[in-house]
Design a protein around this ligand. Structure first.
Ligand code: IPM
Ligand code: MN
Length: 376
């Protein structure tokens, strides 16, 4: 599925065989971020060479490394570089070094700010289970075989961005709060994207909320119902409560096609969903929205416990680079070439540590190399 299928983007200029000249930004970030981003960059360079495109890369700072260098988690120089690009590939941000609760800023603020600044309100998180990994997945084969879900996580609103605050020294001790707030407009635009995506898939949208308790969810449900009925009458809509969804996602994952939900609900459900294929190291994501560059990243974090050991799985970031080609550059054939190569490497039995079980494993760089060889 391409971006042009739910946004009116002219792709005629990218007709097959036409050379694409693109500015791409790599934001490697912290922890395992630089290790996995380096492999994805090599893959993009290989694709450019093989298909005759020209990608110009710039590297920018974000997260903890940016705080160390500039005091800011998202320096203006990084944001300017991103605004001038067609696509941004991000590794991961964060780590114990920057966890001090009294610090002026946190690495995660860099990620939240770039999403907000670039208007990236839709986070697409596809969850598919490679048939080569089915037997190693933690859930039963008959449950996970054939899973193909596309999550639309709302990314610039909800609990992450609502009013928040803290008060110290009250009669019951300190108090802190966050607010889950959505406007009709914010719900409409993400539901519209989900509906359009479902139309090109199995024509089913599952909207996840907590409408039995939360006012904001009742608004979410009402707007979702309206947009889907008026604009996507051919697409089936179901509403599932977030607590029930946590259960259904692992008991009947094959019954879901497109899932659309609030920011924090989507954050949690997609981590849970990563256990369907068996590792967070396999899942990419695309953050899209208003016209401008998309941001592509693995759904996993900076994994400080394994950083620097050369054992991180680069496949999620490599698959994120395929999403970049598909959604930001409309290079579907090239995106498929990466996905096919990853599938071939898994079919041949190569595994990084996270998916190797008790079997042998290859390093981050070796896995990257295997994908390059499979691309040819
Ligand atoms: C994600 C991450 C981020 C989020 C963190 C690092 C801020 O968990 O992309 O899912 O919560 O959105
Ligand atoms: Mn997350």
């Amino acid at each position: 599925m391409s971006l042009w299928q739910y946004q009116k983007v002219d792709v005629s200029q990218h007709a097959k065989g036409v050379m694409v000249d693109a500015q791409l930004v790599i934001l490697a970030g912290d922890g395992i971020g630089p290790e996995v981003a380096a492999e994805a960059r090599k893959v993009l360079e290989r694709i450019a060479a093989k298909f005759g495109h020209h990608f110009q890369f710039s590297e920018g700072l974000i997260g903890g490394c940016a705080i160390d260098a500039t005091g800011e988690a998202l320096p203006d120089s990084t944001l300017d570089m991103c605004r001038a690009a067609q696509g941004i590939l991000l590794g991961a941000v964060g780590g114990p070094k920057w966890d001090n609760p009294n610090a002026k800023t946190r690495p995660e603020a860099g990620l939240l700010n770039i999403r907000k600044e670039l208007g990236l309100f839709a986070n697409l998180r596809p969850i598919t289970v490679s048939r080569h990994l089915v037997s190693a997945a933690p859930l039963k084969q008959e449950i996970v075989e054939g899973v193909d879900i596309l999550f639309f996580r709302e990314l610039t609103g909800g609990l992450y961005f609502g009013e928040s605050g803290k008060k110290t020294g009250g009669p019951h001790g300190d108090v802190a709060y966050n607010t889950m707030i959505y406007s009709e407009h914010e719900v409409e635009r993400i539901v519209r994207m989900a509906g359009a995506a479902a139309r090109n898939r199995r024509k089913k949208v599952t909207s996840v909320d907590k409408a039995n308790v939360l006012e904001v969810s009742r608004l979410w449900r009402r707007v979702t119902e309206r947009v889907m009925t008026n604009e996507f009458p051919d697409v089936q809509l179901e509403h599932v409560l977030i607590d029930a969804m946590a259960m259904h996602l692992i008991s009947r994952p094959k019954s879901f096609d497109v899932v659309v939900t609030e920011n924090l609900f989507g954050d949690i459900l997609t981590d849970e969903g990563s256990m369907l294929p068996g590792s967070m190291g396999l899942l990419p994501s695309a953050s899209l929205g208003t016209p401008g560059p998309g941001l592509y990243e693995p759904i996993h974090g900076s994994a400080p416990d394994i950083a620097g050991k050369g054992i991180a799985n680069p496949l999620a970031t490599i698959l994120a680079s395929a999403m970049l080609l598909r959604h930001s550059l409309s290079l579907e054939t090239e995106a498929k070439a990466i996905e096919t190569a990853v599938d071939a490497v898994l079919a041949a039995g190569h595994r990084t540590k996270d998916i190797a079980g008790t079997g042998p494993h290859v390093s981050t760089v070796e896995m990257g190399q295997l994908v390059l060889e499979a691309i040819g």
